[in-house]
Design a protein around this ligand. Structure first.
Ligand SMILES: Nc1nc2c(c(=O)[nH]1)N[C@H]1C(S)=C(S)[C@@H](COP(=O)(O)OP(=O)(O)OC[C@H]3O[C@@H](n4cnc5c(N)ncnc54)[C@H](O)[C@@H]3O)O[C@H]1N2
Ligand code: MOO
Ligand SMILES: [Mg+2]
Length: 610
């Protein structure tokens, strides 16, 4: 948050001879070193005239251009000292705590502090605070109150995220970041990180990932889309009893065609205890247990009724029209699943049919591979939640929602770990909170070459992280970062993907690096990445950049079942609409064109569009 300061020296002497004003310039330097990204909106001098002081204060508060105005001078007992009176004329609310804090601390330095009549208050959204006129006293006063300004201004601006940040900082006894924003002139003008190829990076990520894999047991209903951590071995046969495949009559095959006496009825769910004798039949339903003595089922369509009961309601005899074969229309015990058969293999993802099979075997719970807890952090002073009101210069944080839902579409739940400001303390605090909850943290923004791109520095300097991947030869996604953190016994236990802020760049790198990592951590995908299919291009596709480009493709199946593909249009990294409807990525080498009708291999990350 950039605070906007104004400095008003009140002194008739300095007004006549401005070069005598030392307090104004010294105060300005002090403010700038305490708040490096602040803005000094004005530095003025007025004489000790109440109306003149009042006018400057009104001008700069009512225009809404200043968050804080410091006056220096005119606060003592001299007859001409009227700064507090002019201040009281304009303020709408008093802020006595500020002057009290200055007085209390200053009394420890000099008892002359008692002679200050300084006042403080708020007009509209601006804080006005009187400092003494001497350089030393004004700077001492500034240093006393400066820790409160971020928070005070955030409250006045109704900047909820900064207020939360400050509350956390106060509550957690926060240690500021070791990274400084001050030495911009000394920043490197070339990236310090080697440019890696995508395949190289995938290999490194695979090698350096912390060992996260553990097993957990879940209720069947909670295990959909998870990866099996055990073979599912049948402890019972399916079916468990010989069951009829048809609605018809259970018979002895050796009786052949001809009349049968209908001895009993067996419906699904019955447990028949009678035994079929020669010339007898049991009426039977699909799925019902075949009674002892029967060895074939004849479907009702292959029979006729030959005799009914006196009331005409019950079958007494039926004629079997077709020669029954031994075992006909009977599912034998264990014919679907035999006892001890490994019916589902570990490391496979649980689909609805897996769950059905597991349920058939009577399991209540299943062992699956535990997933890392994933957190997503957005970074950027410009970001506002899409649920909040947009301010001038701000944009909606779209990355958070698109990445949370992209992961969800592959069944990974991630936690929203907030929006960090482009300030080292804010990045540090937001990451600290994310790491306290999550094993894998994904951030977006702040990884390129700008002075406010702080992710790599904060990760390295504040968290001792090792950056394994710092730059990639790809478009989009060049500044992609992969880093790991160790715990206090030196064991790697956290991983970070710090992705570029451009909406397409973080989307594509999530597809190419984060999702494969998550699948790999679940043993499902050996970093082979998305399957490739042959696609015929509908038009020429050019890449003007030197970096290989992952062009977003719409892939369609024509009536003959052949696949054709077209690009989603302008591929600039900010244009997230270039992801819309894309189901595949086509890697186009740097400075090259692939001609229409060429057959190319497209990596499919989704099923085809209908
Ligand atoms: N001097 C250089 N500048 C840049 C380079 C470079 O190599 N040298 N690389 C460019 C490339 S490539 C990319 S990609 C971007 C990456 O930038 P950062 O990761 O540092 O991200 P920011 O600067 O914070 O933001 C970039 C862009 O994205 C917008 N953004 C950020 N977060 C969000 C969000 N959550 N939702 C929506 N939009 C977001 C942000 O406003 C910026 O417009 O750097 C190039 N620069
Ligand atoms: O690498 Mo950036 O992601 O092209 O815009
Ligand atoms: Mg940047």
């Amino acid at each position: 948050m950039a605070i906007r300061f104004g400095i008003l020296t009140v002194s008739t002497t300095c007004f006549i001879c401005p070069e005598k004003d030392r307090t104004g310039p010294e105060l300005e330097a002090c403010i700038q070193s305490a708040f490096p990204d602040c803005q000094i909106v004005f530095r003025k001098i007025v004489s000790d005239v109440r109306a003149d002081i009042r006018q400057v204060l009104i001008d700069f508060t009512d225009a809404g251009t200043c968050d804080v105005i410091f006056t220096a001078g005119g606060t003592g007992f001299a007859l001409s000292d009227v700064t507090p009176e002019a201040t009281k004329d304009v303020i709408e609310k008093e802020a006595p705590g500020l002057t009290y804090a200055i007085l209390a601390k200053s009394l420890g330095i000099t008892e002359m502090a008692m002679l200050s009549r300084a006042t403080a208050g708020i007009r509209k959204q601006t804080i006005i605070l009187n400092f003494p006129g001497s350089v030393k006293a004004s700077i001492e006063s500034f240093n006393i109150v400066k820790p409160t300004f971020f928070h005070a201004v955030a409250l006045l601006r109704e900047d909820a995220s900064q207020v939360t940040l400050d509350h956390n900082r106060i509550q957690q006894d926060f240690q500021p970041s070791k990274v400084s924003l001050l030495a911009t002139a000394r920043r490197p003008r070339k990236s310090l990180y080697p440019m890696l190829e995508v395949q190289e990076a995938l290999k490194i990520i695979k090698e350096k990932l912390p060992p996260m894999q553990k097993i957990e047991e879940l209720l069947l209903e909670d295990s959909i889309d998870r990866v099996l951590a055990e073979d599912i071995r049948a402890s019972r046969p399916v079916p468990e009893f010989a069951a009829s495949i048809k609605d018809g009559y259970a018979v002895k095959a050796s009786d052949g065609t001809g009349l049968r006496y209908v001895k009993a009825v067996v419906a699904a769910g019955d447990a028949p205890d009678n035994e079929l004798g020669p010339g007898e039949a049991c009426r039977i339903s699909t799925g019902a247990p075949v009674p002892r003595g029967a060895d074939a089922v004849v479907q009702v369509e292959d029979t006729i009724l030959t005799e009914a009961s006196v009331d005409g309601l019950q079958e007494v005899t039926v004629n079997i029209l077709i020669e029954p074969k031994l075992g006909q229309d009977i599912r034998q015990v264990g014919s679907d699943i035999a006892v001890d058969e490994v019916v589902l293999c570990k490391n496979r993802r649980i689909t609805p049919s897996y769950l059905g099979v597991i349920a058939m075997l009577g399991f209540e719970k299943v062992k699956v591979i535990k997933r890392p807890c994933i957190g997503i952090v957005s970074t950027g002073n410009e970001l506002v939640s899409y649920k909040d009101v947009l301010k001038p210069g701000s944009i909606y944080d779209s990355n958070k929602l698109s990445l949370l839902s992209l992961l969800k579409s592959y069944s990974y739940e991630a936690i929203d770990c907030g929006i960090s400001k482009d300030h080292p303390d804010s990045v540090k605090l937001t990451l600290e909170k994310a790491f306290s909850k999550c094993d894998l943290v994904i951030t977006t923004g702040g990884v390129s070459m700008g002075e406010f791109d702080l992710l790599k520095q904060v990760l390295e300097e504040d968290f001792g992280a090792t950056i394994h991947v710092g730059r990639l030869n790809m478009k989009p996604g060049k500044p992609t970062v992969f880093a790991t953190l160790s715990n206090n016994i030196g064991k790697i236990n956290k991983a970070v993907f710090a992705l570029p802020g451009n909406p397409v760049s973080c989307f594509v790198t999530t597809l190419l690096f984060v999702v494969p990592t998550l699948k790999y951590l679940e043993n499902e995908m050996d970093f082979k990445n998305w399957p490739k299919v042959n696609v015929t291009l509908e038009h020429n596709i050019s890449n003007k950049d030197a970096r290989p480009e992952y062009v977003r493709m719409i892939v369609l199946a024509n009536d003959e079942g052949a696949l054709t593909g077209r690009s989603t249009g302008n591929q600039i990294s900010s244009r997230l609409n270039s992801m819309v409807d894309a189901t595949g990525l086509l890697l186009v080498p740097g400075h090259s064109t692939i001609k229409a009708n060429t057959s190319v291999k497209v990596q499919l990350f989704r099923t085809l569009n209908l």
